[in-house]
Design a protein around this ligand. Structure first.
Ligand SMILES: [Zn+2]
Length: 427
């Protein structure tokens, strides 16, 4: 362990930059928050799948982040996240990244090694019965069969996370990177008591996680608002926060351990509850907003008019033609109503204003079309195929695009989640 292990600050925002052209515009949003007195550090995240679709690599993400930090004189921490890696995909990220999201969702439900459940239950008598947790009115409760069931469901995933963590630690040196464990890309949410058991198991394996991404109740569709019961989410989120504080105190989890909210962009209806819970409890949070920036590039191109608008229309048209193939891999994280998708021939006659108001996520605007937005969200593959045609227009329209990127990230995400400033007047 290094003398000073690398620490993720209390508030952090995951920013994805599919085409690695918006790092400065994204950082500008963090600078705006910092000038308002709140430190929210940027974490540039990009998964192996996204790199493969775009044809990029982690070194490009790192170079863009370093360059942005240098040119905007950001003196606070920042990170590059190897997003959703596993044992098979981690290698190419080891050099460029200092944050690793270890994805073990696929290992949930695998049968753990022979005596692992017995050993876990024996090691954790405190989890068998009533569990008093500070900040929770009703204590949590587990009997032995339910404790064994939870251990049986998650222990193999924790062991898998341990193997991946140890591989990274061997290559980078422990303490030289931030570790997150993610279990969000699965069908059923983890309850707070499951989270507590998972945290105990992770502590047993000595994985110094600083963030954990459970799957929360409700749907977190890409680039659109939360779809679920807000009161239920709020209760679960606050119980999760209390479970984490409990793990820090009783299992020696790192003191800055916090929740990571994946697919966190545009979840406007839960931002105020998240802000309320974290400010009341003093907890930190990591909010991931990966795909939003690419949509702001499209909005910027459409706003620019001319070639930019024409290309945005062309991308929609191609995305529409390939909608099944584009949506397939994202089926569990999108909810597109096909009848709401406009015909490309209709879109081709749209003005800049018509295109941007359909795409820009403003729930107050009647023209906003969540299905149109989600299809384009998963349509970055089309832009990737356009190669220099797309990238050249990004450069040519940098001013209008970066204004949209910064404003979206700051006004619609950072300000409500971390500063408690809502931009939607719901009255
Ligand atoms: Zn995720």
């Amino acid at each position: 362990m290094s003398v000073h292990p690398l620490q993720l600050p209390k508030y952090s925002i995951g920013v994805g930059d599919r085409f690695a052209h918006q790092a400065k515009a994204q950082l500008a949003a963090c600078i705006r928050a910092y000038e308002q007195g709140t430190e929210v550090v940027p974490v540039w995240n990009k998964s192996n799948r996204e790199h493969n679709i775009i044809g990029s690599g982690p070194n490009e993400t790192r170079a863009a982040a370093d360059d942005a930090v240098k040119s905007l004189h950001w003196m606070r921490p920042y990170f590059c996240d190897a997003d959703h890696i596993n044992l098979a995909t981690v290698d190419r990220f080891v050099y460029a990244c200092d944050f690793f999201t270890i994805d073990v969702a696929d290992n949930i439900g695998q049968t753990p090694d022979g005596a692992a459940i017995d050993a876990f239950v024996e090691r954790h008598p405190e989890l068998n019965g009533t569990i008093e947790i500070a900040g929770i009115d009703m204590p949590l409760h587990l009997d032995e069969p339910s404790l064994r069931a939870i251990a049986g469901k998650y222990l193999a995933a924790v062991v898998a996370a341990s193997g991946i963590y140890r591989k990274i630690a061997e290559l980078k040196g422990s303490g030289n990177f931030v570790t997150e464990v993610s279990m969000d890309e699965t069908d059923s949410p983890q309850t707070p008591v499951e989270l507590l058991v998972i945290l105990a198991a992770i502590a047993d394996e000595n994985i110094p996680i600083q963030t954990i991404a459970p799957k929360f109740t409700g749907r977190f569709n890409k680039g659109v608002d939360y779809d679920g019961d807000v009161a239920k989410f709020t209760n679960e989120f606050s119980l999760d926060v209390a479970a984490i504080a409990h793990a820090v105190k009783h299992y020696g989890s790192p003191s800055n351990l916090k929740l990571s909210v994946h697919s966190g962009s545009d979840k406007f209806s839960i931002y105020q509850p998240i802000y309320d819970v974290i400010t009341k409890s003093g907890a930190g949070v990591h909010l991931k907003t990966a795909g939003t920036t690419w949509l702001e590039e499209l909005i910027g191109l459409a706003e620019a008019g001319g070639d930019g608008l024409a290309l945005a229309k062309e991308i929609y048209s191609q995305a529409y033609d390939h909608r099944e193939e584009l949506c397939g891999p994202y089926a569990t994280v999108i909810a597109i109503d096909p009848s709401r998708l406009p015909e490309p021939s209709a879109v081709n006659s749209w003005t800049s204003e018509e295109f941007t108001s359909a795409l820009r996520h403003d729930p107050r605007c009647n023209a906003y079309n969540g299905s149109f937005r989600q299809l384009l969200h998963v349509g970055f593959k089309i832009a990737a195929k356009l190669g220099p045609r797309y990238l050249d227009l990004l450069k040519a329209n940098e001013t209008v695009i970066s204004r949209n990127v910064t404003d979206n990230l700051y006004t619609r995400h950072i300000a409500p989640v971390f500063l408690g400033k809502s931009w939607i007047d719901r009255s």
